[in-house]
Design a protein around this ligand. Structure first.
Ligand code: SF4
Ligand code: SF4
Length: 320
């Protein structure tokens, strides 16, 4: 027995309805009239076969918004802005984003630091990941061990299997929701995983970035426009700063490490005064602590050909 279950599309819809009854707003992939995918409220009539992934890391944004007010100090004293109390169930989150969520969980609720705002939102988040059948543009999720199915970061994960779905649960809540459905053998689940892996290119080795690798980061630094797109598109970037907003407010906002201000110290000194230094810092984070799930978004969004795709294609940048 694998712990996995077999569900029809109707069964899957019943699971989503059960989540709605428990107070969750179910979000599923829906395409707007310009062809862009967004997680929108409501249940799809069927699985959208042409959905690959969202261009933007919405799952991360649900727990770590781009910016949020923390408090204001008006005439009546401090007013703290609590994190909104919304129960969200993401249906169809992709494995790379689920894996990225496991990474941000570790960052924001790990041993050394617990962020109450992240934790409050995370408690209200239910993730139904959907394993992938085709690689996204510029992605390398298999090499990063974050695709085509997720190892962590989900409550339930579903796999397309013929006309049906195999489903596995990683949390108690997920197991309870799947308990009524028939079991499948472990070999069947492994076979479906192998079939999906066969649809992806064989993974090449990822680089082992070493600090101050000037051959790589000098080249990339010279091409970088410092627009921040690669960082705002990244499902694992977790850095933020706190700054004033309005007349008397303080907010926090995501803070790109490729910006000069990120590295500035009191008195105007900088820990990393040039763009190659800052590139070096970024790739040390991505490959040094495993903060890259290979989703490919940074490469799609970079206007300077200076993001992950360029890093990986640079001769000699792959480990041998
Ligand atoms: S660094 Fe790029 S490829 Fe890696 S997780 Fe972030 S956006 Fe995706
Ligand atoms: S998206 Fe490209 S140009 Fe913009 S900050 Fe990132 S690396 Fe630099």
């Amino acid at each position: 027995m694998s712990g996995a279950k077999r569900l029809s599309w109707g069964d899957l819809t019943r699971v989503l309805r059960a989540l709605e009854k428990e107070g969750y707003e179910v979000l599923s992939p829906q395409k707007n009239r310009w062809g862009d995918w967004f997680p929108e409220p409501g249940l799809p009539a069927g699985w959208p076969g042409d959905f690959q992934n969202y261009a933007y890391p919405f799952l991360k944004e649900a727990v770590f918004p781009l910016e949020e007010p923390l408090f204001s100090s008006g005439g009546t004293g401090f007013v703290f802005h609590a994190a909104e109390d919304r129960r969200l169930a993401f249906f169809g989150a992709r494995p790379c984003d689920a894996e990225a969520l496991a990474y941000t969980d570790l960052f924001f609720t790990g041993r050394f630091f617990a962020d109450s705002r992240y934790r409050a939102r995370r408690r209200n988040l239910f993730v139904i990941a959907a394993a992938c059948r085709a690689p996204c543009p510029k992605s390398f999720c298999v090499a990063a061990q974050a695709g085509p199915w997720a190892r962590k970061g989900f409550d339930i994960q579903v796999y397309p299997a013929g006309g049906d779905w195999l489903a596995e649960a990683a949390t108690l809540q997920g197991r309870r929701l799947l308990s009524a459905y028939p079991d499948v053998r472990r070999e069947d689940l492994l076979r479906v995983r192998r079939e999906l892996e066969g649809l992806f290119p064989a993974p090449g080795p990822l680089p082992r970035h070493t600090v101050r690798d000037a051959a790589r980061t000098g080249w990339l630094g010279a091409r970088c426009f410092r627009c921040g797109a690669c960082i705002w598109l990244c499902p694992t970037c977790t850095c933020y700063d706190q700054c004033r907003f309005g007349k008397d407010g303080v907010k926090r906002e995501q803070d790109p490490c490729l910006f000069e201000g990120y590295h500035r110290l009191a008195g105007g000194a900088s820990l990393r005064p040039t763009q190659p230094h800052r590139m070096d810092f970024r790739y040390e984070c991505k490959f040094g602590v495993g903060a890259c799930v290979g989703c490919g978004r940074c490469s799609v969004g970079c206007v300077g050909y200076a993001a992950m795709e360029a890093y990986l294609e640079r001769p000699g940048s792959r480990a041998t």
